[in-house]
Design a binder for this molecule. Structure first.
Ligand SMILES: *Cc1c(COP(=O)(O)O)cnc(C)c1O
Length: 438
């Protein structure tokens, strides 16, 4: 192509202002912001200058390249069979919690009493809901996540002092984060007792002294130790004269019959724990948060500690947490309680529908897991739709993205974590992915 033609083509590429005057792009500026729309326009202009599209197609190309939302985060269908998938954002929120997020998103009475016009206790609705859910707690507090709850307890109650903890409970919680490092970073000293597999009440007793801040019990939430093992129960540690802080991890507030070995806040407090810490976005099924429940004086010390301000949660978290606690059963709990019979029927219907449309699909019996720091040794009988493994990638990159798991040379779409209302969406996604490849 001659230099003359190139110059001519470049001259005919419309200017940015002219392209942005297109009503579709003006509307997009209102929805997505000027920067995102301008980026799409500039890219379309560059394509026109390179001769990839005609100059009069710049506005169309910019519209086609617009992001759908102002956030790059995408809603994903979790067909992995992992109920709490850390890489997929752990617990999905209930519709009630999503509504609450919307209500709290603008200006809201988070710290204001509309009746009196005075300042009010921040997040009192969420705190009240948590206190009601666990009547055995003298007081409650909420921070940014489970790790923050533990860091605040260690800082407020044991900085410069000892935390007595079993060697079998010094865990790594994921992505290289280790609880002992977190605790040491607060200025507390770790006084390790017992061995990896066995720790007795005596071991704790011998380590406790005037420098003890508290005894820490950590639930090994992502592994199990089997064989010649023993651990000291909270009940017995509570009689040793120092506070016992129990990190239960998963956020069960009361017993869950399905998960017999999973500790819960109410039982830990009844057993004499001074404080319980837990995550909000694991088995509780709420937003990312750190729950602190227990002795009123200790909770107040944590709440009043200067570090508490650095760990405090926003109005969105408080809104979603309150709705999770007061509202209907969240999706995590629904996923946990789906029966194999129900999952089998859904997998059968989906497989039949897909087969009728020419896809190679079969309903198969599989197992799902809790995942994400909860019930490491529990498997839940489930049902999946098995597909050709080559569909994994187009499904993942489709709209909506569907994430399954490849096992024994098949792509499994495990239905346990897919809300039944999404089955038609799943079917359409599979057919689109299969069609793209044929
Ligand atoms: C998950 C977990 C944590 C960390 O909680 P985050 O909310 O992820 O910060 C700490 N302790 C235990 C036992 C856990 O299971």
């Amino acid at each position: 192509m001659s230099g003359e033609q190139t110059r001519d083509r470049r001259r005919r590429v419309p200017r940015t202002d002219a392209v942005l005057a297109d009503p579709r792009l003006t509307a997009a500026v209102a929805a997505l912001g000027r920067r995102a729309v301008k980026d799409a326009v500039v890219q379309a202009q560059q394509r026109a200058r390179r001769g990839e599209i005609p100059p009069d197609a710049v506005a169309d190309a910019a519209v086609a390249a617009l992001p759908r939302h102002a956030t790059s985060l995408r809603p994903v269908l979790n067909a992995t069979g992992v109920v709490l998938h850390t890489n997929l954002g752990r617990a999905p929120l209930s519709d009630a919690a999503r509504d609450a997020l919307h209500a709290a998103a603008g200006t809201t009475d988070i710290e204001f009493d509309l009746a009196t016009g005075q300042r009010a206790r921040r997040g009192r609705g969420a705190l009240d809901a948590l206190a009601r859910a666990v009547p055995g707690a003298g007081a409650v507090h909420v921070v940014n996540n489970g790790a923050a709850a533990l860091a605040l307890a260690a800082t407020a109650l044991a900085a410069g002092r000892d935390i007595v903890v079993s060697r079998g409970e010094l865990i790594e919680i994921g992505d290289g984060f280790r609880l002992p490092d977190l605790l040491a970073a607060t200025g507390a000293r770790l006084r390790e007792v017992g061995t990896t597999n066995r720790t007795s009440v005596r071991d704790y007793e011998e380590a406790i002294g005037p420098d003890t801040g508290f005894v820490l019990k950590v639930h090994p939430s992502n592994f199990v130790v089997r064989g010649f093992t023993s651990a000291a129960p909270t009940r017995e540690l509570a009689g040793l004269g120092v506070p016992v802080v129990v990190d239960i991890g998963s956020g069960l507030l009361t017993r869950e019959p399905l998960l017999r070995d999973e500790p819960d806040a109410a039982t830990a407090l009844a057993d004499g724990a001074a404080l319980v810490t837990a995550s909000g976005d694991k088995l509780l099924g709420g937003p990312q948060a750190g729950l602190i429940l227990g002795d009123a004086d200790l909770v107040e010390r944590l709440r009043r500690h200067p570090l508490a301000r650095a760990l405090r949660v926003g109005k969105l978290t408080l809104a979603a947490l309150e709705a999770t606690l007061r509202g209907p059963e969240p999706p995590t709990r629904e996923a946990l309680h789906r029966t194999p019979a129900e999952l089998r029927a859904r997998a059968g219907e989906l497989a039949a529908l897909l087969t009728a449309h020419g896809a190679d699909a079969e309903a198969v019996e599989t197992t799902s897991v809790v995942g994400g720091g909860g019930a490491p040794d529990v498997t839940l009988p489930s049902w999946s739709v098995a597909l050709a493994p080559r569909l994994a990638e187009p499904l993942r990159t489709g709209d909506p993205p569907v994430v399954g798991r490849v096992e024994h040379g098949r792509l499994l779409l495990d239905l346990r974590c897919v809300p039944p209302a999404q089955d038609p969406v799943l079917a359409e996604a599979v057919l689109a992915a299969a069609g793209d490849r044929d």
